[in-house]
Ligand binder design. Structure first.
Ligand code: COA
Length: 223
C-alpha cells in the first residue's frame, strides 16, 4: 500500500480517479507522481512525441529521440525538475468495507528502493518546471510543461501532475507559474483554470504551424 509510513521521504502528490460514495465497489486508479530518472527517458520521449504530433500542445514540431531526452534529463537543474506520473493497478473501493485508502487527494512518498513502493505501474505522463527567462530578475518565475499519454488523457493524470508541479514550485521558492497554450486546447484550459491560473492575454498569430497562424493564450498563477 502506498501513502504510508516513511516520513523521511519527501512527499509528492497522488490523485485518485475515484468512485467516491459509490454503494458498489468501483475500480480506482491511483496516480503516483515522482521525480523522473534517466530510465524514464524512453517513455517521456514517446509521450512528448505524441503531444507534438497531436498539434494541440506546443509549437514544437521536431520529434525527439530517447537519447536526446536522456541528455535533457541529465541537464536539468535541481530547481527545474522533471516528474512522471505512474498509474498503479486498479483497485476496488466502496460498498463492502472499502479500500485501505480514501479516494481523493493524498500525499505519498515517492517509490524509493527502500520504501517498497515499486508496485506494478505504468508511466502515463510527465511534467517539468522550466526556466522562464534566464535573466536574474525572472528567477522567481517558472514555466512548465505537462504531457499525458494519449490513452490516459481526461482521467485525472494532468491534474495530479500539475498539483505536484505547483507544490514543487512552492518548495523551490518560485513566486509564479506561467504557461502558454493553444486556445483550442480545451482540456488543458479547463485544467489550468481549475487549478487557479488566470488568463493574462492572447498573442494573436504567434506561431505558424503547418502553414496556419495560431494564437497562444498566456496564463499565470501566483503561488
Ligand atoms: C492537457 C493535459 C495535460 C490535461 O491532462 P488530463 O489528464 O487529460 O486532464 P485531467 O483528466 O486531469 O482533467 C483536468 C480537468 O479538465 C477537465 N476536462 C477533462 N476533459 C475535458 C474536456 N474534454 N473538456 C473540458 N474539460 C475537460 C476535467 O473535468 C478536469 O477537471 P476536474 O479534475 O475538476 O474533473 C492532457 O490532456 C495532455 O497531455 N494533452 C496533450 C498535451 C497537452 O496539451 N499538454 C499541455 C500543453 S499546454
Amino acid at each position: 500500500m502506498h501513502g504510508s509510513s516513511n516520513e523521511a521521504d519527501p512527499p509528492l502528490s497522488q490523485a485518485t480517479l475515484d468512485g467516491a460514495g459509490l454503494a458498489e465497489p468501483a475500480p480506482v486508479t491511483d496516480y503516483r507522481v515522482r521525480p523522473a530518472t534517466a530510465a524514464d527517458a524512453d517513455a517521456i520521449c514517446r509521450i512528448y512525441n505524441q503531444g507534438i504530433e497531436d498539434r494541440v500542445a506546443t509549437l514544437e514540431t521536431e520529434l525527439r529521440t530517447p537519447e536526446e531526452r536522456r541528455r535533457w534529463l541529465a541537464n536539468r537543474s535541481p530547481r527545474h525538475p522533471v516528474v512522471v506520473a505512474e498509474a498503479t493497478e486498479p483497485r476496488f473501493v466502496g460498498g463492502h468495507g472499502g479500500g485501505e485508502t480514501e479516494p481523493g487527494r493524498t500525499f505519498v512518498k515517492p517509490p524509493t528502493e527502500s520504501s517498497g513502493l515499486a508496485a506494478p505501474a505504468t508511466m502515463v505522463g510527465w511534467g517539468s518546471l522550466n526556466v522562464f527567462n534566464p535573466r536574474e530578475a525572472y528567477r522567481f518565475v517558472a514555466d512548465f510543461s505537462i504531457y499525458v499519454e494519449r490513452a490516459w488523457r481526461g482521467r485525472g493524470v494532468g491534474r495530479a501532475m500539475l498539483e505536484a508541479l505547483i507544490e514543487l514550485a512552492r518548495t523551490h521558492g518560485f513566486h509564479k507559474l506561467v504557461l502558454s497554450a493553444f486556445p483550442f486546447n480545451a482540456v488543458g484550459g479547463a485544467l489550468y483554470e481549475k487549478l487557479g491560473f488566470r488568463t493574462v492575454g492572447v498573442y494573436r498569430e504567434q506561431g505558424l504551424l503547418d502553414g496556419k497562424w495560431v494564437d497562444t493564450i498566456i496564463m499565470e498563477k501566483l503561488l
